[in-house]
Design a protein around this ligand. Structure first.
Ligand SMILES: [Zn+2]
Length: 287
């Protein structure tokens, strides 16, 4: 955090230095935009292809083939979900929260993409529906579905509270990935990555710019829906923080399950769809 009393005096031209124009780091006008009308038509033709339940304080991995839609649903009560995405055929290609934030901003909604890590850097999923899009940004600067947090984890919990807690989203996702792949937890743990915080309401405090959370506005029936741009392994943890209105990394919050629903369009409807290839950079890095 910035010091309340800086050790160095401001230079005479401090005001002028601060007043220069801001420039968007990554203007997205040149990004290929998703054709949401075409995706909506595809969605209308899709049939239910599976329904899964993520128990409270647990996680689940579900394979979702490209061309399918998957929906994360609030079912019994306000509940936050921590979402990981992997390329089903190469788990080293996974969701890149930081680059997605740099491209689409701190909180995602319909039309935004979830981008994958280098060197692929391609859309893994496109958000096609968000029943909480009405929330916008509140008076605290908070909003839902952030890509600014990481995931609750036992290491930070140990640093801050000294205790060991085994049902943080990081551990839930590690157990779920180990179960799904049949590999030891220690081997798959490094594949767990920073998440999309589905339904979580977060922002930065006005004074210190610290990460804050407040009770999620999600209610049973709300959903966030995605189109799978590549063959995906979807990992979802029902955060031990519940609605994340008080704390996480403990068993104190009321916690509810989350649903994952998959919908698949008829194969012939996908014939003309152009699925994204890995990034075209030649990887020579000037050598
Ligand atoms: Zn969590």
């Amino acid at each position: 955090m910035k010091p309340t009393r800086p050790q160095h005096p401001a230079p005479e031209d401090a005001a002028a230095r601060r007043a220069v124009a801001q420039v968007t780091c990554y203007p997205v006008e040149t990004l290929p935009a998703p054709d949401l009308d075409a995706l909506r038509a595809l969605r209308a033709a899709a049939a239910p292809a599976g329904r899964h339940t993520v128990p409270p304080r647990e996680a689940l991995c579900v394979a979702v083939p490209r061309g399918s839609f998957f929906r994360i649903v609030s079912v019994e009560g306000p509940q936050v979900g921590d979402l990981n995405l992997w390329n089903a055929h190469d788990l080293s290609e996974r969701f890149y929260s930081g680059k997605t934030r740099a491209l689409h901003g701190t909180h995602l909604s319909t039309g935004d993409r979830m981008w994958s890590t280098f060197p692929a850097l391609r859309p893994m999923a496109t958000i096609t529906d968000d029943t909480l899009d009405w929330y916008g940004f509140d008076a605290d600067g908070g909003s839902v579905h952030d890509v600014i947090g990481t995931r609750c984890d036992p290491y930070t919990n140990r640093l801050l509270s000294g205790g060991d807690y085994h049902h943080c989203c990081h551990s839930n996702l590690t157990r779920a990935l180990a179960r799904h792949t049949g590999r030891p937890a220690a081997e798959v743990e490094p594949l767990v990555h920073d998440v999309l915080n589905v339904f979580m309401c977060t922002g930065f405090t006005a004074d210190t710019h610290q990460y804050f959370m407040k009770a999620s506005p999600v209610r049973p029936g709300d959903h966030l829906e995605f189109f799978a741009e590549i063959d995906l392994l979807v990992g979802l943890s029902a955060c031990p923080g519940g609605d994340c209105g008080a704390e996480h990394s403990s068993d104190t919050a009321a916690c509810y399950p989350l649903g994952i629903e998959v919908f698949t369009p008829p194969a012939e409807r996908l014939a003309g769809y152009s699925f994204p290839a890995p990034n075209a950079y030649d990887r020579s890095h000037g050598i």
